[in-house]
Design a protein around this ligand. Structure first.
Ligand code: CLF
Ligand code: SF4
Length: 314
């Protein structure tokens, strides 16, 4: 028993050392410069601006409720959707009011690869702000198909949300997948999504992009699979893993979110395979500033819509 515990500790130390090397070997010190790749016990107090340029999505997560409002603090919510040109102006404004910003990220409110605007935005701002780390978050359905574009626009850090590695269970989280003009549902759609995610992670991490994986923890569905997910994505090339507790809404409004114990257990299960990120603040798609700190979005997105319009899927 004692030797088993020691073996697990040794394995975690080995993973920590390898993760530390990974975030330090890509030209920039991500552990110190990117708020979502901070590998220590404390956050690193760096900031990000999220540019809400990606309204559409190509899959149907059962918990997803994208919305336009100024009040909710969660992913998938923005005060408005902006154009790539407006995004460039927002970055100029953001770095002047919040110099702690070191990352320009695109995380919705939909999927960043379902429409061309995120890649267009990175192309536009890359020359003007070379010092800002370009960060993108995607469901990964199109990552393998668009890997060359993601690499060529200079994305350095990329998050893929992988909610399961078993199609039989992922089908209860992801209802349908819209891919190359066809709609796939059930196990078939779920398998397509998983295959594309893992292939996409392999492609971009082989090209030097640092990959983080997010998993929305839905205890009744994927609670027992976290270790397996972490192992698979680490083998594909991901170096950091983040567990996001379910926010019960949309078709999952009746489901229970994980307890603190369940979230801790899930993190422990993941930690034997990959470095775990613990400072996630479940950011809005238009957040500006240090995650969890003062938010500058009012100064940056001055023309925010005040309406409470809901997006539809698709
Ligand atoms: Fe944004 Fe995401 Fe990039 Fe960070 S957020 S696109 S990796 S710059 Fe960070 Fe916010 Fe958690 Fe996301 S704290 S929700 S993990
Ligand atoms: Fe919503 Fe899922 Fe699409 Fe994200 S990937 S916008 S959570 S349906």
């Amino acid at each position: 028993m004692v030797s088993e515990v020691q073996a697990i500790r040794d394995r975690i130390a080995e993973i920590d050392a390898s993760a530390a090397r990974s975030v330090f070997t890509r030209g920039r010190d991500l552990a110190l410069r990117h708020p979502c790749f901070a590998t220590g016990e404390k956050p690193n107090n760096k900031g990000r601006i999220h540019l809400p340029v990606s309204p559409g999505c190509n899959i149907e997560c059962q918990f997803c409720d994208r919305a336009v409002n100024t009040t909710e603090q969660r992913p998938g919510v923005t005060g408005q959707v902006i154009t790539p040109a407006e995004a460039a102006e927002a970055v100029r404004q953001a770095v002047s009011v919040a110099p702690e910003i070191s990352v320009v990220g695109i995380a919705g409110p939909g999927d960043t690869l379902a429409t061309p605007y995120a890649l267009e935005t990175f192309r536009l701002i890359g020359k003007e702000f070379p010092e800002l780390i370009k960060c993108m978050s995607t469901n990964g359905l199109l990552l393998a198909d668009k890997a060359e574009d993601v690499i060529s626009v200079g994305v350095e850090t990329l998050t893929v949300t992988v909610n399961d590695i078993y199609p039989e269970t992922l089908r209860h989280i992801c209802g349908r997948v819209h891919y190359r003009g066809h709609i796939f549902s059930g196990t078939e759609g779920a398998k397509l999504l998983i295959d594309n995610q893992l292939e996409g992670i392999r492609k971009v991490s082989d090209a030097g992009i640092t990959v983080k994986v997010n998993t929305v923890l839905v205890p009744e569905i994927n609670g027992e699979h976290i270790g397996g997910i972490a192992k698979s994505v680490a083998e594909a090339g991901a170096v950091i893993y983040n567990i996001i507790p379910l926010i019960p809404q949309h078709n999952m409004a009746e489901m229970l979110p994980p307890s603190c114990n369940e979230t801790d257990e899930a993190r422990r299960a993941a930690e034997t395979h990959i470095r775990v990120f613990r400072h996630c603040q479940h950011c809005r798609a238009d957040a500006v500033g240090v995650p969890g700190g003062k938010d500058y979005r009012e100064q940056v997105y001055v023309n925010r819509a005040e309406r409470e319009t809901r997006f539809s899927h698709g």
